[in-house]
Design a protein around this ligand. Structure first.
Ligand SMILES: [Zn+2]
Length: 95
């Protein structure tokens, strides 16, 4: 009975799956990831908050500076657009 599937249903299922993953991505973006922006070329990258926190904890130096990463494209320094650090400091970066 269910042997013949309509193409339309298949496409719809595909779309549905796509939408679901987009929603998941959106959720991840909001909850877990910190948006980093390259100060040199403007490249943007989402880095999981737990990774940022890990470096934040390791970095016992200047807590006035957020944990920074190197840009994969130009080796410039990437800074968080918005990040609430483990030292109760909120870091923001304006392009
Ligand atoms: Zn860059």
């Amino acid at each position: 009975m269910a042997k013949v599937k309509k193409v339309k249903d298949k496409q719809r299922a595909k779309l549905k799956a796509k939408k679901k993953s987009q929603v998941l991505q959106e959720l991840r973006k909001n909850e877990d990831d910190v948006l980093y922006i390259c100060t040199e070329c403007g490249e943007q990258e989402l880095i999981p908050e737990e990774v940022v926190m890990h470096f934040d904890l390791l970095d016992q130096g200047d807590i006035g500076e957020p944990p920074a990463f190197y840009c994969e494209k130009c080796s410039g320094i990437m800074k968080p657009k918005f990040y609430e650090g483990v030292h109760n400091i909120t870091y923001t970066y304006e392009e």
